[in-house]
Design a binder for this molecule. Structure first.
Ligand SMILES: [Zn+2]
Ligand SMILES: [Zn+2]
Length: 258
């Protein structure tokens, strides 16, 4: 049986942590059913890929959850690298519309021929690639960007990615239950009054979702400064205790097999 794994190239989130590199950024490298996915190639992704012993040439699928730079800034660099300057196009880019269309797309026009197919997702989109099914599930509320929950199903395994967004009741319907791995962009320890974090998940939001969806294992990542101060390790330990489900806090370079 194939061993599936995910490596966190970076675990920083938000303006300060990412753009001052208090933690690395650059997304996640997921290997499922022998298919390599690079998810959210933020700042430094190209560097971290090689640093962790991966190679852009092995990328089958590129996934961008949304257009904010902490998730997408290295998209062009990765496409350039993976496709050998568009000579050997990579198979598939999966992303919401505003990553590739509209007034200010992230993907540069001249690099489009470096990708065979661009699949624009909306709520409910289902697409397959070899033995893998990619699902865009719940629409998230996130300022200035379109984004959806993303799921990757293959070989009887389910990986669920809950990207950035403000919690609302609708997020308690639509994701898969009992995922092998459920990854939460947990940017803040708690809601604060001035509204600065109202477009991101907080720890109590994640607790509700873990209890609702009962994944076999959960991971919190995408940490802001307040989250780092609160200590993600302590938070994940507390979440595990309160939910009865193993919750890990990601660190740069962390690899999980499943
Ligand atoms: Zn964002
Ligand atoms: Zn973000």
């Amino acid at each position: 049986m194939l061993k599936n794994s995910i490596t966190f190239l970076g675990t920083g989130g938000g303006r300060v942590v990412v753009f001052r590199q208090m933690r690395h950024s650059g997304g996640m490298w997921l290997n499922i059913e022998g298919i390599n996915l690079l998810i959210d190639p933020g700042p430094g992704s190209l560097v971290r890929i090689f640093e962790r012993g991966f190679d852009t040439k092995d990328i089958d699928l590129l996934v961008v959850s949304h257009r904010h730079l902490d998730h997408s800034s290295d998209l062009n660099a990765v496409v350039e690298s993976a496709s050998e300057s568009t000579k050997k196009p990579l198979d598939l880019l999966v992303c919401p519309q505003d990553v590739v269309e509209g007034e200010e797309p992230i993907l540069l026009k001249y690099l489009r021929k470096g990708i065979k197919k661009i699949a624009v997702v909306k709520e409910g989109t289902l697409l397959s690639y070899k033995d893998l099914t990619v699902k865009a599930t719940v629409k998230h509320i996130h300022k200035g960007a379109e984004t959806y929950g993303l799921e990757f199903h293959g070989g009887g395994k389910k990986v669920v990615y809950v990207p950035c967004g403000r919690f609302y009741e609708g997020m308690l319907e639509g994701y898969s239950e009992n995922a092998d791995l459920m990854i939460f962009n947990t940017t803040f320890p708690k809601a604060i009054e001035n509204g600065e974090n109202t477009y991101h998940l907080t720890v109590p939001d994640v607790e509700k979702m873990v209890l609702r969806y009962k994944p076999k294992r959960a991971v919190i990542t995408h940490f802001s400064v307040p989250m780092l101060r609160a200590d993600p390790e302590k938070i994940s330990a507390r979440l595990s205790r309160k939910t009865g489900i193993p919750v890990a806090s990601a660190y740069d370079g962390m690899k999980i097999t499943f």
